[in-house]
Design a protein around this ligand. Structure first.
Ligand SMILES: Cc1cc2nc3c(=O)[nH]c(=O)nc-3n(C[C@H](O)[C@H](O)[C@H](O)COP(=O)(O)OP(=O)(O)OC[C@H]3O[C@@H](n4cnc5c(N)ncnc54)[C@H](O)[C@@H]3O)c2cc1C
Length: 467
């Protein structure tokens, strides 16, 4: 009898793992609790608009993403976001300000004081010394305050981190949340020197169309195209509505119990669930200490509100990607958008709205909009937009709301060690159990695809070693 793998969770991590196993000719099934795969990724069509449920854009230089797209035969479907909509805005002292996009712009911007610019300029000459073994990992905030100076760190990185992680700088661990940035600073003794080394480093070639690595991409019908292509490839290997409730080790195999009371036998199991769901399933496989490490992984809840407007309704919308709102650290008293950030979707992809109509997508921390119904959320997002662009905005003609609970893992200080710890424990106590997903390898689409593929490779390698 051949070896069988069950992948639990049909988000992008699970889909990438299952697709790689299927490609390698392995016997694989994917169990997804919901009635469709994709997890937070997917696109909803409403009144001629296309709203993303979660992720909107991917960097064209994302290697795993480009390989997956190529393997799925989707390279010709890649759509580049309009390069003229590059400007990014920051809510600063009561209005939107364009973010500096180059070193000369950074030095000439009046968003930063001269003291802040001096601190920035001195960064390459102040050697970075990572903490010794056993010393606690600094927060991303402390790391950047020391490297770039507090003003730059809080204003720029503070806004960026809220937009991507729905977290504050001091809630994230520098090495855990941004391992590549950390490694650059550690190996070059400076963030700036490390970043420069990357600019001049030779880049691996990527399959598909020639695109600048910093370009943003998606597909004409949104990221649903990626999810659908995975689903087509996996076909009958996907079982929707198959929530996994427990795992049991029986001899050298795993019994995977689903919500309907059935048990399914597998040699390998790849768990791609958010950490709290993984902790519930692994309750009997880990020691109390290891389980506590897993339970310590918190996830942020995020609500996304997509608004579609009639043609001509958003004349005052600036050209550009969208805006971010930095933390209100300086005792800000003037009203500010409650959103973490807003993407000006049709500036990037005009075809996401019918005939000249426009759309935007705003992101809120779940706890900031608790208890609001869809119509209150639509009003809030419209008011935030009015405040941001300084012009009245008519009610939206189409609205799409997604309330994601415990969805963006918090890579807090010590997170990377906790993941290592849990993985080592599983290797020892639960051979054949593999982990992937946003809390394991990072939150971006590129990172979850990478972690899914890596878990599949582990399964394939393990299978070879055991036969
Ligand atoms: C609002 C938002 C915007 C984002 N924007 C971007 C972006 O623009 N660019 C970018 O690169 N990244 C973005 N991200 C991050 C990225 O999209 C996610 O981190 C990634 O898609 C998560 O994939 P995943 O497979 O790890 O998890 P998920 O997508 O959460 O998938 C987990 C799956 O497991 C299933 N599941 C849960 N419990 C069980 C169970 N017991 N049994 C079976 N199945 C179960 C769930 O139903 C779900 O389908 C965004 C994330 C969010 C939330």
């Amino acid at each position: 009898m051949g070896r069988r793998t069950i992948v639990v969770g049909g988000g992008l991590a699970g889909l990438a793992a299952a697709a790689r196993l299927a490609d390698a000719g392995a016997d694989v099934a994917l169990f997804e609790r919901a009635d469709a795969v994709g997890g937070v990724a997917g696109t909803v069509a409403k009144s001629g608009f296309r709203f993303e449920r979660g992720p909107n854009t991917i960097l064209a230089g994302s290697a795993a993403f480009r390989r997956v797209v190529d393997e799925l035969g989707l390279s010709t479907r890649l759509e580049r976001a309009d390069p003229t909509a590059k400007a990014r805005y920051l809510w600063h002292r009561g209005k939107l300000r364009a973010l500096p996009m180059s070193p000369p712009q950074l030095l000439s911007t009046d968003l930063l004081s001269w003291k802040a610019k001096r601190e920035l300029l001195s960064e390459p000459f102040r050697g970075f010394v990572p903490p010794q073994d056993g010393e606690p990992e600094p927060t991303f905030g402390a790391f950047l305050d020391e490297r770039l100076g507090r003003e730059t760190s809080r204003l720029f990185a503070g806004a960026f981190v809220r937009g991507i992680h729905a977290a504050e700088l001091d809630e994230l661990g520098a090495r855990s949340a941004f391992p590549r940035l950390w490694d650059l600073a550690a190996s070059h003794g400076s963030l700036v020197r490390g970043a420069l080394s990357r600019v001049f480093a030779e880049k691996e070639s990527l399959p598909g169309p020639e695109l600048p690595r910093s370009a943003l991409v998606s597909f004409p019908n949104g990221l649903q195209e990626l999810v659908d292509a995975f689903a087509r490839q996996l076909g009958g290997r996907i079982r929707n509505g198959a929530g996994v409730e427990g795992l049991e080790r029986i001899d050298a195999r795993w019994l995977v119990r689903t919500r309907d009371g059935l048990g399914h036998v597998a040699d390998d199991v790849v768990l791609t669930l958010p950490a709290p769901a993984a902790a519930r399933i692994l309750a009997h496989e880990l020691s109390p200490e290891d389980l506590a490490a897993l339970r310590a992984v918190r996830h942020a809840s995020v609500t996304t509100i997509g608004l579609g407007f009639a043609p001509g309704a958003l004349e005052a919308l600036p050209r550009g990607f969208g805006y971010l709102v930095p933390p209100a650290e300086d005792g800000r008293t003037a009203p500010a958008p409650r959103a973490l950030g807003t993407i000006f979707v049709t500036n990037l992809f005009p075809n996401r709205a019918p005939g000249g109509a426009r759309s935007v997508a705003s992101f809120y921390r779940g706890s900031d909009v608790d208890g609001l119904d869809d119509s209150a959320l639509a009003s809030l997002a419209r008011q935030d937009l009015e405040l941001a662009i300084g012009s009245s905005v008519p009610p939206a003609v189409a609205v799409h709301v997604e309330r994601w609970t415990e969805v963006i893992p918090r890579h807090s200080p010590g997170h990377a060690d906790r993941v290592r710890h849990v993985r080592a424990a599983l290797r020892q106590r639960a051979p054949g159990l593999h982990l992937a997903g946003a809390w394991v390898g990072g939150v971006s689409v590129e990172q979850v695809l990478t972690s899914g593929r890596a878990a599949a490779d582990d399964v394939l390698r393990g299978g070879e070693e055991r036969t």
